[in-house]
Structures are given as C-alpha cells and as structure tokens.
Design a protein around this ligand. Structure first.
Ligand code: SAH
Ligand code: DHB
Ligand code: MG
Length: 223
C-alpha cells in the first residue's frame, strides 16, 4: 500500500515538474525490448542529478554503471558547453543498447561508453590522465562502491561532487548485523568517510517508484 503511494507521488511529480521526453522514453523502450532490468534512476532522481551537474557547472563527468544509458543521457544534457561524460558498463550488450539510445538522444558526441568491469577500466583512465572530474556518479556493482569511491576521490576536483546510488538498501544500511555483502560495503563506505577529511558528505533516504533506498552526496573539499 505505501509502495503504491510512493509510486503515485513519483507519477505526479513526473506529470508536473519533471518531464520525460521522447528520447528518454525511447531509451527505456529500447532497454525493455532488449531485456535489460528496469533499475535506472527514477525521473525525479534523474532530475536531481541534472540539477547537481548544473550546480557544479560540470564539464567532465564519470559514471560507473551505464545500463541502457538513461542517467547518462540526463547528465549529458546538463553538461556545460564542451563537456564530456565517460560511462563504464560491464556488459557489452547493455553498452550497445545504451550507445544507440545515447546517439538517438542527440548527445552521442559528448558521451563515451566503455565496456568492461569498471575496476579494469580505471588504469586506462589514469594513463590517459582523464579528469579531474567535476562529478562522479557511482551506480554499478554495489560491493565495489567503496573501491569506486576511493578512486573517484583521487580524481575529482575540489568543489566537485561524488554521488553514490543505492546506499540505503531498504534500510539495511542501519543494521550492523546485516549479512548482505552489498549492504556491508555501504556501511564500510560510510565508516570510511567518517575519517576522511577530503569530503563533506550526507546520505539522503528516498522513496518512490523504486521503493526505499537512498544516495550519498559528497562534496570534495578544497585542499
Ligand atoms: N546508471 C544507470 C543504472 C545502472 S544499473 C541509470 O540510472 O540509468 C547498474 C549497472 O552496472 C548495470 O548495467 C550493470 O550491468 C553494471 N555493472 C555491474 N557490475 C559492473 C562492473 N563491475 N563494472 C561496470 N558496470 C557494472
Ligand atoms: C539495482 C541496481 C541499481 O543501480 C538500482 O538503482 C537498483 C537496483 C540492482 O542491481 O538490483
Ligand atoms: Mg542505482
């Protein structure tokens, strides 16, 4: 019953202040047709990402976890002129679907999709001296969120943002006895940040079409 209310409110927000256009609907249809799971950010969450991209005036964005390209399209649209987004996806089939949807959305010139496990993509980014990034969105395999965060912290400019999706996990984040490895990783990330002077961060719990979860937002401090 509550879940239904959350979804209804997301629908109302979608009908009023957060519009989903043809290209975004097309990306979701393509993802569904190809059998991708429907786990992209919700439209209100996606709009928050866009607002954050605009607030930091992001020109360089790194995303962990492309899926069908939904969040990548949203963030690419909010980039400052001349900006670029690199998105990392483990599954070649997903990356292909994303590539096509990103091109159809008209932001293909600004977005690079790299295929392979994200941890394996990082040395190449390092070598190319990609970044420093203005915003990093971590949304791939949840057990690696702390690893991605640690790398992001070394490659995000002061004043930039690191955002991690799915850290609350139906409230299991608050349970020190929860045995799930993905949950344990989010707890470890929070404990890591408690002792990390380079960021100022918070976690916001969310409800909506995707149920109960939440995201962490970290501002990288000036040196
Ligand atoms: N950011 C997307 C949703 C991503 S869902 C959006 O909101 O539209 C999580 C994605 O991470 C899935 O596509 C999954 O295949 C991918 N993934 C899982 N493990 C990964 C890994 N080790 N490296 C890169 N991507 C991974
Ligand atoms: C899953 C992944 C996500 O990024 C998300 O927002 C929801 C669910 C998943 O892997 O199940
Ligand atoms: Mg997610």
């Amino acid at each position: 019953m509550e879940e239904q209310v959350f979804a209804e409110v997301d629908r109302f927000i979608g009908e009023t202040i957060v519009a989903e256009d043809e290209a975004l609907r097309g990306a979701l249809e393509a993802a569904e047709a190809a059998g991708l799971p429907s786990i992209q950010v919700s439209p209100p969450q996606g709009k928050l990402l866009q607002l954050l991209v605009r607030l930091v005036g992001a020109k360089q964005i790194l995303e962990f976890g492309t899926l069908g390209g939904y969040s990548a399209i949203l963030m690419a649209r909010a980039l400052s002129p001349g900006g670029r987004l690199i998105t990392l996806e483990a599954k070649a089939g997903y990356a292909e679907v994303a590539r096509r949807s990103i091109d159809r959305a008209g932001v293909g010139d600004r977005v690079e999709v790299r295929v392979g496990p994200a941890l394996e993509a990082l040395p190449a980014l390092e070598q190319e001296e990609a970044g420093p990034f203005d915003l990093v969105f971590i949304d791939a395999d949840k057990v690696n969120t702390p690893n991605y965060f640690a790398w992001a912290l070394d490659h995000t400019r002061p004043g930039g943002l690191i955002i991690a999706d799915n850290v609350v996990r139906k409230g299991t984040l608050g349970d020190p006895t929860d045995p799930d490895e993905a949950t344990k990783a989010q707890r470890r990330l929070h404990e890591m940040l408690a002792a990390e002077p380079r960021v100022d961060a918070t976690t916001i719990q969310t409800v909506g079409v995707k149920g109960y979860d939440g995201f962490l937002i970290a501002l990288v401090e000036q040196a």
